[in-house]
Design a protein around this ligand. Structure first.
Ligand SMILES: Nc1ncnc2c1ncn2[C@@H]1O[C@H](COP(=O)(O)OP(=O)(O)OP(=O)(O)O)[C@@H](O)[C@H]1O
Length: 440
């Protein structure tokens, strides 16, 4: 899974030394005028938005001009995930006990089960308390990361299959030692630190020298127009796409120096879902859990909790390839959460998700955050980001224009209005007059 890289990457973006911006500081995509501005006095056009001098005294950024490059559909997926869709995988048989716990129930059962959902949420709350211990409660001394936590879970020798079972059974994995505490290498509560991250694809500057600091217990939204560089940024942060320059550290571990260690404390929902969709939902969660080193019994328990919480109990026995887009998103989110990571990185988690399900997802994520977990998500839904997130970053043309708390960034207006102001996309383009002269 490590070191996946886009085949057509290679354009090295010009880089410079950076000073972390203050909260709310902006980086203009074009040269900033001498003097800089505050968040409140920022120009309404992105190309004239400047970063305060105090935050980045020497930074005069080059203009970021993106040619109208259409994203090649085939190029990015190959880089973004090591898991090819519809990959032929051996049949995985979830142990019988697990099937009993999470198998699809009778189709005649009602889809909505408020009590069951509440029960699942209650169990998730317990789960959350395990992974989301506040950083302050954790040993703050630097640790030898590679020693106390094995790089990969050690799987024991496979057990002999049941005489009646034709397919191979998954071996019972040995759960590694508790990882989360060992992975907290710093005493401050910075969970994600991004410095000078850049990425180009040919002539396209997808991400230009981005800095982000995300602390524990924060619900962090990344917004930007299509092609702004959100997915590219998240892919580099999660170890799916190698940056041209810059670093991303999770709990003090540099993702591209120690990807296996850094990834242990992350749960990732990638943009274009690469998923073993020839598995059933229960098999997928089981597979995701044991790959993360959880024991079978624990995986079964968590799978049942997650299936209930996400309202997927009735479809856990179905092939994932037969799921609707929203179901797929939810089961992928469940798979990202099953190992109770400290950091969830979610690319467009609400896309294709119906409003009721979105509310459920938000409730689960809020609960996770309130227990000390951290969520970084990208979204185009400004109202939702304003309502749900505590912090936000606005990225336009690969450049960070604004970041900070929601209130700092929106500056007295709605986040949507502020976004439009920052991106300069409020004008309705001309040239579509023909659209109002109907053909009949
Ligand atoms: N593998 C790739 N090869 C070439 N260009 C790419 C690749 N991936 C992304 N790009 C380009 O990089 C830029 C940023 O793309 P990215 O997918 O990060 O944007 P985004 O903000 O996630 O967009 P959206 O909101 O539409 O999902 C775009 O111009 C895109 O065409």
């Amino acid at each position: 899974m490590e070191n996946a890289q886009t085949p057509d990457e290679g354009n090295k973006t010009a880089k410079k030394a950076v000073t972390p911006p203050a909260s709310g500081a902006r980086k203009p995509p074009t040269k900033k005028p001498a003097g800089g501005t505050t968040a409140a006095t920022r120009s309404t056009k992105p190309r004239s938005v400047s970063k305060p001098t105090a935050a980045k005294p020497t930074a005069a950024k080059p203009a970021v001009r993106k040619p109208a490059v259409s994203k090649p559909a085939a190029a990015k997926p190959a880089a973004a995930s090591p898991i090819a869709p519809k990959l032929a995988v051996p049949e995985i048989v979830v142990p019988a006990e697990g099937e009993a716990a999470i198998a699809a129930p009778d189709a005649s059962q009602p889809a909505e089960k408020p009590d069951a959902v509440l029960a699942g949420l209650a169990r998730l709350r317990l789960l959350a308390s395990q992974f989301a211990a506040p950083a302050s409660a954790v040993d703050s001394a630097p640790v030898e990361l590679g020693m106390s936590a094995p790089a990969k879970p050690t799987l024991p020798e496979p057990t002999a299959p049941e005489p009646t079972a034709p397919e191979p059974t998954l071996p019972e994995p040995t759960a590694p030692p508790a990882l989360t505490h060992a992975l907290v290498a710093t005493s401050d509560d910075v969970v994600l630190e991004v410095r000078g991250l850049s990425k180009g694809f040919g002539d396209t500057v997808a991400v230009n020298d981005i800095d982000l600091t995300v602390r524990a217990g924060v619900f962090y939204g990344i917004v930007g127009p299509n092609g702004a560089g959100k997915t590219t940024t998240l892919s580099m942060i999660t170890g799916l796409l190698r940056p041209d320059s810059g670093t991303a550290s999770v709990n003090g571990v540099k993702v591209w120096d120690s990807p296996a260690i850094a990834k242990r404390s992350m749960g990732v929902l990638p943009d274009r879902l690469r998923i073993f969709d020839r598995l059933t939902g229960s098999q997928l969660l089981y597979y995701s859990g044991v790959l993360r080193g959880l024991g079978a019994a624990e995986v079964r328990k968590r799978s049942a909790d997650l299936a209930t919480a996400f309202g997927l109990e009735d479809v856990m026995g179905r092939l994932v390839s037969d799921y609707s887009s929203g179901m797929l998103k939810k089961v992928a989110l469940a798979a990202a959460m099953i190992h109770s990571p400290r950091l969830l990185v979610l690319d467009e988690p609400f896309e294709s998700v119906d409003p009721v399900s979105a509310t459920t997802v938000i409730r689960i994520l809020k609960q996770y955050v309130s227990a000390g977990g951290t969520v970084v998500l990208s979204s185009h839904r400004m109202e939702l980001v304003q309502r749900v997130c505590s912090h936000v970053a606005v990225i336009v043309e690969g450049t960070l224009l604004a970041d900070g708390t929601i209130d700092e960034v929106r500056n007295g207006m709605s986040l949507e209005d502020r976004f439009v102001q920052l991106t300069g996309t409020n004008s309705v383009g001309g040239g579509l007059e023909w659209l109002s002269s109907f053909s009949d």
